[in-house]
Write a new protein. Structure first.
Length: 397
């Protein structure tokens, strides 16, 4: 490409950016320099019907601010921004904020959602470093609307909250008329993974703070979406689908861990939006029946992005745990459009324990000792994940 062509390309790109900035498809778009920045901390203060949120960043970022109703919440989309470490949320007692959520949005974006106790009008502005404060700051002021009904009394809510057990859904792949992969000696995947699932259940039952749930307890056939439905009906916090891999190349060996791909997530969101009866289809506890398509899309995007991010964190810890008991087929977490991973609100992973098509690994899979090793490794991964990512409302001993 010649120098003239490069200059033309730059001009076209700048014109494209200017055209985008002139569009008003988002409410309240605030433009800043396009620099990738990190959210370092969050501060909250309140008084006289107003709550102020201050996000400390290490650079300038663009952001979009808008509100959603039923329930009331304020959404802040940050462009070219990251959250390098879990955000420490300050005490929200006495403020208009009931809860704070955040998730990766797109390739470089970050979405923060502030659930409100009462309807409020948001305003935002950006501050650059000065002599008194060396940080870049995004400030969001929430002013309570007159005669707005307050949904929750913060002090009472905090007193009522009790710690609960983590619910882990264990899904033994295949079953019934679906044997799964079959090894050279006739070993059936459906039998091996059910045995591992039962051993994992037994280990988790002895773990304080965890309640295991098996999607199937016997040799029965379950449609893939029925497995998701069962996990969600038991309010699962995590979903683990257990399988045994197979390949044409007999020497293929080792464990693998999968999460849902972005393409799989997009197709699932489209399927949900196309449905007209969503009695059981909840996203983070919100029924989609009475929502228009735009709001449904926003809710699904937010929920699925957060779920995939949590699934990736969980999968990385699980892969590291499996490395300690044997070889791994892939040194990184894989992504695919597996249907059983498509729950929009439960972090979900699929564990390929070993290759049943490899005669040596088939022999290992038939061994009760190896099955127990795998179950212990999965248990270890669950514990490490929750210790690194503690959830509010759940307690793990």
């Amino acid at each position: 490409m010649g120098k003239k062509q490069i200059q033309i390309s730059k001009r076209v790109f700048l014109q494209f950016l200017l055209a985008l900035s002139s569009l008003s498809i988002f409410p309240r778009a605030i433009t800043a320099a396009s620099l990738r920045s990190k959210v370092r901390s969050m501060r909250v203060s309140s008084g006289a019907g107003t709550t102020r949120i201050v996000l400390d960043l290490d650079g300038v970022t663009e952001h979009t601010l808008f509100t959603l109703q039923n329930p009331q919440r304020v959404v802040v989309d940050l462009t070219n921004a990251t959250m390098p470490t879990p955000l420490v949320v300050p005490k929200l007692t006495g403020t208009l904020i009931e809860n704070v959520r955040y998730a990766v949005r797109g390739i470089n974006g970050l979405r923060m959602v502030f659930d409100l106790r009462a309807d409020a009008t948001p305003r935002s502005f950006f501050l650059t470093p000065n002599q008194n404060n060396p940080s870049f700051r995004l400030v969001v002021d929430l002013e309570r609307k007159k005669n707005a009904r307050q949904d929750t009394k913060p002090v009472k809510t905090e007193k009522i909250k009790k710690k609960r057990n983590i619910v882990v859904a264990i899904d033994a792949g295949h079953g019934g008329r679906d044997p799964g992969a079959v090894g050279k000696k006739g070993t059936r995947e459906k039998d091996i993974v059910l045995s591992i699932a039962r051993k994992l259940e037994a280990i988790l039952k002895r773990q304080k703070g965890i309640t295991p749930y098996l999607t199937r307890r016997s040799d029965i056939f379950l449609p893939l979406r029925e497995r998701i439905r069962r996990a969600r009906s038991h309010k699962a916090d995590l979903f683990i689908s257990i399988h045994a891999d197979a390949a044409r190349r007999r020497k293929a060996q080792g464990s693998s861990v999968y999460i849902l791909s972005q393409r799989g997530a997009s197709s699932e969101a489209a399927r949900w939006l196309a449905k007209r009866e969503n009695d059981a289809d909840l996203v983070g506890g919100v029924n989609l029946d009475d929502k228009d398509d735009l709001l449904k899309s926003v809710l699904l995007d937010l929920s699925q992005s957060a779920t995939i991010e949590a699934s990736l964190s969980f999968a990385e810890v699980m892969l590291d745990s499996l490395k300690r008991v044997g070889k791994v087929h892939s040194k990184r977490v894989e992504q695919a459009g597996f249907v059983v991973l498509k729950s929009p609100d439960i972090p979900s992973i699929l564990v390929e324990t070993a290759f049943i098509s490899n005669p040596r690994e088939e022999k290992k899979l038939r061994s009760k000792a190896f099955q127990k090793k795998i179950a212990k490794a999965i248990h270890s991964g669950i514990i490490k994940y929750y210790k690194a990512n503690p959830s509010s409302g759940v307690k793990l001993s």
